[in-house]
Design a protein around this ligand. Structure first.
Ligand code: COA
Length: 333
């Protein structure tokens, strides 16, 4: 639990998924795969994909516009913008600067945060501490990724797993509700199992790096799978113990959506039933930093979050990065 009584509370949520949908059937015509394999091994039925000219900033702005439709706050009130992404439009300027301009958040500063699939939870923790400092009143945290820009669509091991999307939340201070606690972790030994080697300062883009496909996601799926189950389970148990929460006191668990079998395995180890766990991977696949804010948005739409509910977010991603967060949900409904 945080020592003081200022909590960062989620007061509005927005999301955006691009119009274009790629079904599993599409991959059946392009690759040696099947709808049946993809659904049974991952739970994914479809994923969204940006159109030409659209990328992370475009989706982030759309998610923030949706957020403003669900809030009395306007862009001029925003103190800071944190964009969590591993697929920024470009190295610089940051997505945060480009979003700030597009939404007209005239007094906001901001930055991008890179922690792969864990980016959004890491961003929430950062923003929570900024709110608790008393220096910032209204912060937008965005999780967004344009995974289609870094996927090798000839590699059936990776391309079927990911989708494009964005989610955004507004954090404001509250004396009783909001982010109560979190445990976050990194282990750089995981770097060999999920990474993109090309395009950075180590392997700047050349004809050779492109020919060797270094600008695409590389993954040892089986290893990531095992570490994700172990990491998310153990960190959530640690968080539950620290906050004296038993399994039946968790009203909703929103895990990162990487693979339905990972989610079911973690939920099983945490002794949670189907009603306690949000799953939407069938519609969106793994949207990396966007899965959890999109999950919160869907939970609200499905009326799965009530005032005073105990909400646990849990994530795992490249790095390795992982962690869980406990939120006491505040709702005026
Ligand atoms: N269609 C058909 N077959 C496929 C396939 C696809 N899209 N992708 C992989 N296969 C094949 C493999 O090539 C392998 O074939 P082989 O035995 O002839 O070599 C076979 O399926 C089994 O592979 P395996 O790795 O054992 O399958 P799996 O049950 O572990 O599922 C993943 C593979 C990638 C779905 C799974 O490991 C996974 O989801 N890992 C975590 C990935 C992830 O979540 N990453 C992001 C973390 S944030």
């Amino acid at each position: 639990m945080k020592p003081n009584s200022i909590y960062a509370n989620i007061t509005a949520v927005g999301k955006y998924l691009p119009e274009s949908i790629i079904t599993n059937q599409h991959f059946e015509t392009e690759l040696d795969t099947s709808d049946d394999w993809i659904v049974s091994r991952t739970g994914i039925k479809q994923r969204h994909k940006v159109s030409n000219g659209q990328a992370s900033v475009y989706m982030a702005v759309k998610a923030v516009e949706d957020l403003f439709r669900n809030s009395n706050v306007s862009s001029g009130d925003i103190d800071s913008i944190i964009v969590c992404t591993i697929t920024p439009d470009m190295f610089f300027p940051s997505c945060a600067c480009l979003v700030q301009k597009e939404i007209g958040a005239n007094k906001a500063w901001g930055f991008d945060l890179s922690a792969a699939c864990s980016g959004f939870v890491f961003g929430l923790e950062t923003a929570s501490n900024m709110i608790q400092s008393g220096n910032y009143k209204k912060i937008i945290v965005i999780g967004v990724d344009t995974m289609s820009s870094i996927l090798d669509y000839t590699d059936r091991n990776t391309c079927i797993l990911f989708g494009d999307g964005a989610g955004a939340v507004l954090l404001e201070s509250n004396s009783t509700h909001g982010i109560m606690d979190s445990i976050l972790k990194v282990d750089g030994n995981g770097g060999d199992y999920l990474y993109m080697p090309g395009g950075g300062s180590l392997n700047p883009t050349t004809e050779k790096t492109i020919a060797n496909k270094l600008h695409y996601v590389k993954q040892d799926g089986a290893n990531v799978f095992k570490r994700a189950v172990k990491g998310m389970t153990n960190v959530t148990l640690e968080l539950m113990s620290r906050n004296q929460l038993s399994s039946n006191e968790i009203d909703l668990f929103i895990p990162h959506q990487a693979n339905k079998r990972i989610i079911e395995s973690v939920a099983n180890k945490l002794n949670l039933n189907d009603e306690q766990v949000l799953i939407n991977i069938d519609k969106y696949a793994n949207t990396t930093a966007a899965t959890i804010p999109i999950g919160i948005h869907d939970a609200i739409n499905r009326k799965k979050l009530k005032h005073n509910d105990n909400l646990i977010l849990s994530t795992f991603g490249a790095g390795f990065t992982w962690g869980s967060m406990y939120i006491k949900w505040n709702s005026d409904d």
